[in-house]
Design a protein. Sequence first.
Length: 257
Amino acid sequence: MHSTKNSHNGHIKKLSVLIHQDGLSFYTYDHMGVLNSLHKEFKHPANPVEILQAIEDCFTKEALLDEAFAKTTLIYHHNIVTSVPALLYHDDHAVDYLKYNARIIETDVLSVDKNVGKSGVHTVYIAFANINNYFFERYGSYEYFHYSSRILECRDTSIATLRPQVYLDIKKKHFYLTIFKNGTLVAQNLFPHDAIEDILYYTMFTTHHNDLDPETMKMILCAELQEEKLFDLLYTYVRDVSYIENYPKYLEHIVCV
């Protein structure tokens, strides 16, 4: 988690912005939950300059964003990320943990969400400097995280069970795969998908690599739409598959920081 020191305490609304190379999502919320949302999809994976242009365009045109907020949070939602066990992490080697996952350039801002929830990991990722600077100039005070950190923070209540649990947080072009085994986080990664077979392949490969038994592990799908074809495909190989019961509430836990 990262923050600066100024704030607008006179307002009760807060703002969270999900930033991905495929699009943007803006959520306004208060202590009761999400109030409004705004989504913008890109025709092709955007670079940081194009993403910032889209953010500026939204703030210019959308009445939903034309007000002050008590708190502003950015949630990076891209694949330039890795999870590192806290016991193995060293600040001096932070870039080394990430350089095998993505190409790092000099202008990239390396960020770390430390001691995420009760998982015992640090999330290392790239925060886009131009976007961070824009929100600092606009609001003065803001926080930023990676989406994978928010996933782990929202799943603390699930890691106490000894039964292996596999979570799939499914988005339009990618999904987050998280595995708890013996009450401990053993894997978290982000994979691309163009078809439901991609989700099956990455999931079964990763669970097999971590010695999970498809007959006994519990698989929970977190998705806005409950796709019957995906469920049936996974159920062919995994005995216990279910969709999360209340996805809007789950999403609120992530975006309402």
